[in-house]
Design a protein around this ligand. Structure first.
Ligand code: CP
Length: 342
């Protein structure tokens, strides 16, 4: 365990080492246990204020951060870009410097600048540049609530969930974790798979990344593949790529399947040939390992990404445990970065 995360931003899991990510998981478990027995935690961030800027819709992230900061004794402020002077072109730099005078932490969801900020020219990675820019000029911790590269709070909650189901992190390391593409009409961010392979690599998980073989479309950012492979080599984990979901599912302990696409136009023209095989159902679990679980970050597109029967199957689906763990892991991230004594 480390005790020096005070003041750190939480933008990319790749900014953190193994022991630091393990610390977040341990503190999350500690907070969750105390929550379960009704122990008050409102001294931890008493009087602190978390600003939350959402440039796109959210249910889980908004509720879990708002409840989390409240349980820790602080308060949440939630805004959209339209409600701030950002809509009148106040710069990110001026915004970042000013908010540091009022807030104790600033959490941002920003993953598609073109539609969310009315920016005409947009390239993959621009949202991350904005987050890094805000972090450079803000003197308070900046937390990534989903940008165009990663969803780090989601994946830390997901890995916490796996540790609970499989006997701690050491148990989770022995499992075959399939991070899979799933069919949907909408082209969504690849932030979840990219964060999963990076965090899994750091923590020593064995991950199979499964997606249809469509280069430049369903494969993920090569930066994340390279990082994950190097990190796994150092941690004792592994990253394997599989283009056949049926082969990937065999002996799987986790099938975590969600839709993503790196090129919306190309996605529209090719997606339908994958809609049967890549809609996850009980069929995929027939050859999976004993006790295998289905995971999804939610919201899930029922009948497209997953069958109703599977996502509603309480013996296999753990999607609401994942959602709950957003609360506990984000409380850990806030406590460690916005609280602390050092
Ligand atoms: N998983 C997730 O981030 O959910 P929301 O978009 O509802 O916040």
């Amino acid at each position: 365990m480390v005790t020096n995360l005070k003041g750190r931003d939480f933008i990319s899991v790749m900014d953190f080492g193994k022991e630091e990510l393990e610390t977040i998981l341990e503190v999350a478990k500690w907070l969750k246990m105390r929550n379960a027995i009704g122990e008050s935690q409102d001294h931890i961030l008493k009087g602190k204020v978390l600003g939350m800027l959402f440039a796109s819709p959210s249910t889980r992230t908004r509720l879990s951060f708002s409840t989390g900061i409240f349980q820790l004794g602080g308060q949440a402020q939630v805004y959209s870009p339209e409600e701030l002077q950002l809509s009148h072109k106040e710069s990110w730099k001026d915004t970042a410097e000013m908010i540091s005078r009022f807030l104790s932490g600033f959490a941002i969801r920003l993953y598609n600048l073109k539609t969310q900020m009315g920016t005409l020219e947009y390239e993959y990675g621009d949202a991350r540049k904005v987050l890094r820019g805000i972090a450079e000029y803000a003197s308070i911790p900046v937390i990534n609530m989903l940008d165009d590269k990663e969803h780090p709070c989601q994946i830390m909650g997901d890995i916490l969930t796996m540790t609970e189901k499989f006997g701690g992190l050491e148990g989770a390391k022995k499992k075959k974790i399939v991070m899979s593409w799933a069919y949907d009409e909408r082209a969504k961010s690849a932030g979840v798979p990219q964060t999963m392979i990076a965090a899994g690599g750091i923590l020593g998980l064995n991950i199979v990344l499964a997606y249809p073989n469509e280069p430049g479309l369903y494969d993920v950012d090569p930066e994340y593949i390279e990082f994950a492979k190097n990190a796994a080599a150092a941690s004792g984990g592994s990253l394997t790529i599989e283009n056949d979901i049926w082969k990937a599912s065999k002996d799987a302990d986790v099938i975590y399947a969600k839709s993503w696409a790196r090129n919306p136009d190309k996605h529209e023209s090719v997606r339908d040939k994958y809609k049967d095989d890549w809609c996850i159902s009980h069929e995929h679990f027939k050859t999976a390992g004993k006790g295998a679980v289905y995971m999804h970050c939610l919201p899930a597109r029922r009948k497209f990404e997953v069958t109703d029967l599977l996502i509603d199957d309480p013996k296999i689906s753990i999607v609401n445990d994942e959602a709950e763990n957003r609360l506990h892991v984000q409380k850990a991230i806030m406590s460690l970065t916005m609280g602390g004594r050092l």
